[in-house]
Design a protein around this ligand. Structure first.
Ligand code: ASP
Length: 323
């Protein structure tokens, strides 16, 4: 069990006053010791890898977490890993692990919406459920999972869709399963390639190319393209609707693509597919589209795809349809 901080490691002065809690203060050993039932389920090794809210995570944190989990999974004594994590970017870290770990052993990422000190906190139950999931034989080979609010989600699809409710995590096609009365029950499997069936290994990754995201809105102006980091290799446009691009934005984005920036049309709706050569002639403009990946998932995937395919745009496009 590897701790990285977040609300699941938070503590408030009052059980009723949850907004005032401090995030990322409890150690992973303290979080685990709040669940006496855990000892009967498995034997644990715990380690504190980070102690920060996940809104602070950058690519170096992703690499650090991935490499550590990869090392731990190579140990024959280890049957699976639980990563405790803040909920804000849990879906990004989980997807990164899902695409880069090279083991069929289960990895479960878990956080909570309320700190352990709050009334009706979800911290202990989410962690207890994560233990039940990681030790269950049916969890093997399913890649990285996110457990929250009685549900088991695939890292590919899950997103935080609410800022405060316990029912914050949703997958567009539904959860893979539930944890019911202490028993994981699966109803579906991830269908896209992951872990041992991807082209990336965390052990071989030492840096990630920079990919930025621009969020479209009614009055978005051309100038925003100039604010994209000079060292960015890719740009995800969280476009309106079906990855739509305002007419005034087309020329700057065409110029950016000609200059070598990989421009990807995604949808700020966070749901549904973006049709290639639909709203825009992507072939003519040298642009890419997501399949159904939300912008924050598309950033993770494009970083990895650029790391292995560099500037081969047809290979980059294929990655969105494969994973
Ligand atoms: N800010 C926290 C984080 O993502 C929120 C949480 O854990 O729910 O680390």
């Amino acid at each position: 069990m590897i701790g990285t901080g977040g609300t699941i490691a938070g503590r408030g002065e009052s059980a009723a006053n949850t907004p005032a809690y401090a995030c990322s203060v409890l150690g992973i050993d303290e979080i685990l010791s709040a669940i006496p039932e855990a000892a009967a389920l498995a034997s644990f090794r715990v380690e504190q890898l980070l102690q920060i809210g996940s809104e602070n995570f950058n690519n170096d944190h992703l690499l650090k977490i991935g490499k550590r989990i990869s090392d731990v999974l190579k140990d024959d004594d280890v049957d699976g890993v639980i990563l405790t994590h803040g909920t804000d970017t849990i879906e990004e870290t989980a997807y990164f692990l899902h695409l880069t770990l090279k083991s069929p052993k289960p990895v479960v990422v878990v956080g909570s919406m309320r700190p352990p000190s709050a009334m009706s906190s979800d911290a202990s139950l989410n962690l207890y459920d994560a233990i039940l999931v990681v030790i269950h034989p049916a969890s093997r080979g399913k890649g990285t999972l996110v457990v929250a609010n009685d549900e088991i989600h695939t890292a590919r699809d899950v997103m935080k869709t609410n800022s405060f409710k316990l029912e914050a995590f949703r997958s567009p096609y539904g959860a893979l399963g539930y944890v019911v009365e202490g028993e994981p029950r699966y109803y579906r499997k991830p269908s896209r390639d992951h872990t041992v069936r991807t082209e990336w290994s965390i052990d071989a990754l030492d840096s990630l190319p920079k990919v930025d995201i621009v969020y479209a809105y009614g009055a978005l102006e051309q100038e925003v393209i100039g604010t994209v980091a000079a060292d960015a290799r890719g740009l995800i446009i969280a476009g309106t609707g079906n990855g739509n691009i305002a007419a005034r934005m087309v020329e700057p984005l065409r110029a950016a693509a000609r200059d070598g920036l990989h421009v990807v049309r995604a949808s700020r709706t966070g749901n549904g597919v973006v049709i290639r050569n639909g709203a825009q002639p992507d072939d003519d403009y040298g642009w890419l589209v997501v399949d159904d990946q939300a912008p924050q998932k598309a950033r993770i995937l494009l970083m990895l795809a650029i790391s292995s395919h560099s500037d081969d745009r047809s290979a980059l496009q294929a990655a969105f349809y494969r994973y």
